[in-house]
Design a protein around this ligand. Structure first.
Ligand code: BGC
Length: 423
């Protein structure tokens, strides 16, 4: 029997401004990338020049058969100095939204995807009690100008990410370079880097609170309060826009004796935030792999398990469990806002997509209101500290010419989207 998806299902792909646009010179990451001794493998530079080539990219998505696009607005472009809004940036994003409309692509806009304006960090960043109100002011400006063209908004991408990062760093403390998305470096190198960072921001290093840095309990609640403040503002200025948040969620599994630790991980990474999500319209699920717990804690994947370029276990079936547990708790429409694989072997990407989508389809068939799937990522891009070496894209980009070439997985995924059914 053909496995069909619900009528009107959103088939899309995701990007984030700093990873694709290029030249986000007012963002905190730009500054961190260019420090001497930076822990970034390379700077983002022109990235994949999406700021200039967005129209071509959106047209290509439509041609492939996709009907939606999740991307982010860059706060530091829109508000490069506190309280000073840049009309050119607003006009640019209006053009991006118009291109979506023209090509029948439903936009899902993320208002904060890891990067922040440098001024925000100088003002205390993601540990300052002023940040929720500052974020809401930016959201108000954006939604007043563009809300009419934005059906769905994700306030903050992976608001819980600091918890996952802290765990990864702990697991890889001893290594020079963690192959799991975070470059931990040696102690000495980190100290040098932090000293340079302090100098660049004009602050003691311990007072620099970028979004992906270590987070206190208070800092975590500040992020979620920023979400609530943004939601309230968006409801007021753009009542037709549906508002949600996205969280980074693992398929948390346990072996006998590991149940309590797995339950604790679920509580820390997800359940503790439920009260902040109560007023949302939808929930954004982001999943890449599973974590298994035994009686002594986290159990790394078996030595012979297939791994992605990020060092994660290849585990596309995790998405189904995550959608199921997320829905059980949030009881709201779900959009898969990110799911994907870093690999140089595109056949494995195809296998990953097929298996992940089997799970999505099974959830939909059981009546879970899963409304869309946004593959990470539309194209190869700047994978934060790990630079351009990790290839998550459905579309390859030759950065010397910025030429786009869809991979076989892009055509495969596009055919599923066009049929609204697994092939
Ligand atoms: C982030 C993306 C990132 C992806 C792959 C997610 O945590 O939202 O920005 O590129 O994972 O590592």
């Amino acid at each position: 029997m053909t496995k069909r998806f619900p009528e009107g299902f959103y088939w899309g792909a995701s990007t984030a401004a700093h990873q694709v646009e290029g030249n986000n010179i007012h963002s905190d990451f730009w500054l961190m990338e260019h420090l001497e001794g930076s822990i970034f493998q390379e700077p983002s530079g022109d990235a994949v020049d999406h700021y200039r080539l967005y129209r071509e990219d959106i047209a290509l998505m439509a041609k492939l058969g996709l009907n939606s696009y999740r991307f982010s607005f860059e706060w530091s472009r829109i508000e490069p100095e506190e309280g000073q809004f840049n009309q050119e940036a607003i006009d640019h994003y209006r053009d991006v939204l118009k291109a979506c409309q023209e090509f029948n692509i439903m936009p899902i806009v993320t208002l904060h995807h890891f990067t922040s304006p440098q001024w925000l960090i100088r003002a205390g960043g993601w540990e300052s009690e002023e940040t929720p109100q500052r974020f809401a002011r930016y959201c108000e400006h954006v939604m007043q100008q563009l809300g009419d063209a934005i059906p769905y908004v994700c306030t903050i991408n992976e608001a819980n990410i600091s918890i996952g990062i802290a765990k990864i760093i702990k697991r890889h403390q001893a290594q020079e370079t963690a192959q799991v998305g975070v470059n931990t470096g040696s102690m000495e190198r980190m100290q040098q880097y932090y000293a340079a960072l302090g100098k660049a921001f004009g602050l003691p290093p311990q007072e620099i609170h970028s979004f992906l840095g270590a987070r206190s309990e208070k800092g975590l609640s500040i992020i979620f309060k920023a979400h609530e403040a943004a939601r309230e503002t968006i409801r007021r200025v753009s009542p037709q826009t549906k508002v949600g948040i996205t969280l980074s969620l693992y398929d948390i599994q346990s072996l006998p004796g590991g149940e309590a630790l797995a339950a604790q991980a679920l509580q820390e990474e997800f359940l503790q935030f439920l009260p902040y999500l109560e007023g949302d319209d939808f929930f954004g699920v982001q999943n890449y792999t599973r974590y298994v717990y035994g009686p002594d804690g986290y159990i790394p994947p078996a030595a012979d398990a297939e791994k992605t370029q990020m060092g994660n276990e290849f585990y596309p079936q995790g998405l189904e469990s995550v959608i199921r547990y997320a829905y059980e708790h949030v009881k709201k429409p779900i959009i898969v806002t990110e799911n994907g694989i870093a690999t140089a072997n595109d056949e494995r990407r195809i296998a990953y997509i097929d298996q992940a989508l089997q799970g999505v389809q099974a959830c939909a068939a059981d009546g879970i209101p899963v409304q869309g799937y946004m593959h990470w990522s539309l194209m190869d891009n700047f994978e934060w500290q790990l630079g351009f070496s990790k290839t998550f894209g459905l579309i390859a980009v030759d950065r010397s010419t910025q030429t786009r070439t869809p991979k076989p997985s892009a055509y495969h995924y596009g055919s599923i989207a066009k049929n609204n059914a697994l092939l």
